[in-house]
Design a protein around this ligand. Structure first.
Ligand SMILES: [Fe+2]
Ligand SMILES: [Fe+2]
Length: 293
C-alpha cells in the first residue's frame, strides 16, 4: 500500500488544505480530516526499533501485564476492520486516508509482536480474524472502541511514565503508537460527522441506530468480558484494569483527571476546525464529578 506523502498536485488540487471556516459535512471538512491524518504520517519501521535492555525487575513487570494477547489481537482485528471499510470507499482521498489508518493498525501489531518477542513474553495463539457484520459496522466498532481505549491509554501511559513503571527508553519507543491512536480517533469522529451529513436523508435514522447499536455492543462486550476477569482471561478493559498494575499510587479520580488532561494535551495539536472526540471525555467528567467527595 502506498503511504507516500508527496505534496498534492494536478488532479489532487481539490484536496488542497482549506482556508477559513469549515462547515461540517463539506468537502473542505473531508479534506481537512483526511489530510490531517495523511500529512502527519510517521514512516517509522517496527523492524528497526531497538528495544532497550531492561533490568530483570522492569522486564518481569512488563511480562506480568495481562494485556499482551488482547492488545495484539485488538490491533489485528482493527487492521482488518478498517481495511475492509477502505475497500468499499470510492472517494480517492478518503480511501487513501482509511487505507493509511489500516496500515498503521497493522504496524501497531508488528510493534507489539516485536516487543513481545524482544522481552520473551508468551502469547496465546491468535484467532483467525474475520470481519463481523458489514464493513461500515466493523469500521465503526473499531472507531468507537478506540475512542474508549485511547482515552484511558493516554492517562495510563502518562501514569506509567511518571511512576517509572516503564523505563524512559521504552516509553520513547512506544510513544508513536499512542500518538497514532490519537490521530485515529480524531479522524474517526470527523469521518462520522462528515458521513452522517453526506448520506441521503433517508439513511440518517438507520445510521443513528447503528451508532447506538455499536455503543451498546461495546458496553456489552466490556461488561461481558469484565466478568471473566479473575478467571485468567485477558479482557478488553485492559486500559481500565491496567491502572491497578501500573499506577501503584494513583486512585480512580486521579487517573480520570490524568486521562482528561492528556486527552486535551494530545488533541490540542490539531487544527481547531476539526471536531474532537466528546462522548468519552464527557462521561469521564461526569464520573469525576460523582467521585468528588
Ligand atoms: Fe492501533
Ligand atoms: Fe487505531
Amino acid at each position: 500500500m502506498s503511504t507516500s506523502l508527496e505534496p498534492l498536485s494536478g488532479s489532487d488540487a481539490q484536496d488542497a488544505w482549506p482556508d477559513g471556516p469549515v462547515r461540517r459535512g463539506s468537502d473542505a471538512h473531508k479534506v481537512l480530516f483526511c489530510r490531517t491524518l495523511l500529512d502527519t504520517f510517521d514512516p517509522y519501521k517496527p523492524a528497526v526499533i531497538d528495544w532497550p535492555a531492561l533490568d530483570s525487575e522492569a522486564r518481569d513487570r512488563l511480562v506480568a501485564l495481562p494485556i499482551w494477547d488482547i492488545a495484539v489481537q485488538t490491533e489485528g482485528r482493527a487492521r482488518l476492520n478498517v481495511a475492509s471499510y477502505a475497500a468499499m470507499v470510492s472517494d480517492p482521498l478518503l480511501k487513501k486516508a482509511i487505507e493509511l489508518n489500516a496500515f498503521e493498525e497493522g504496524r501497531h501489531k508488528h510493534v507489539l509482536s516485536n516487543l513481545v518477542a524482544a522481552y520473551g513474553i508468551k502469547l496465546a495463539p491468535e484467532p483467525e480474524y474475520k470481519v463481523q457484520g458489514d464493513p461500515e459496522w466493523a469500521f465503526m466498532v473499531t472507531g468507537y472502541s478506540e475512542c474508549i481505549d485511547s482515552f484511558f491509554a493516554f492517562g495510563l501511559f502518562e501514569s506509567a511514565k511518571r511512576s517509572g513503571f516503564f523505563p524512559e527508553a521504552l516509553v520513547d519507543t512506544f510513544e508513536p503508537v499512542i500518538h497514532e491512536e490519537g490521530r485515529h480517533i480524531l479522524f474517526f469522529v470527523n469521518w462520522a460527522a462528515w458521513h452522517r451529513r453526506t448520506m441521503p436523508l433517508w439513511r440518517r435514522p438507520f445510521f443513528e441506530l447503528k451508532v447506538l447499536a455499536v455503543w451498546l455492543f461495546l458496553i456489552w462486550e466490556r461488561i461481558g468480558i469484565a466478568r471473566d476477569v479473575g478467571s485468567g482471561v485477558q479482557d478488553n478493559n485492559f486500559t481500565v484494569t491496567g491502572a491497578k498494575q501500573i499506577g501503584a499510587d494513583i486512585n480512580v479520580a486521579q487517573l480520570i483527571e490524568l486521562c482528561l488532561s492528556e486527552n486535551s494535551r494530545r488533541m490540542s495539536r490539531y487544527d481547531g476546525r476539526l471536531l474532537r472526540p466528546r462522548a468519552v471525555p464527557a462521561l469521564a467528567r461526569l464520573a469525576r464529578r460523582l467521585l468528588r467527595p
